[in-house]
Design a protein around this ligand. Sequence first.
Ligand SMILES: [Zn+2]
Length: 75
Amino acid sequence: MRVKSRGDDMSLAAWIRNLTWKCHVCGAERLDEKISVHRKIETLNGIKIQSNIRFCNDRRECIDGASSVNFFKKD
Ligand SMILES: [Zn+2]
């Protein structure tokens, strides 16, 4: 198999530009530059765990919703 190379497209910078992340609020796949990370400490069974919640930094509902996302559901 032959990998097609188009010069600059193979650079690390280009790779990072094309990197996508899934928003934890709306579930959309967004480019790296459109995703920010909200860090918060959650407590599960007395153990503190840092959560990194990704959200679209250009969508108001995702920015507002990031702080209310819980990976560990408290029943
Ligand atoms: Zn989003």
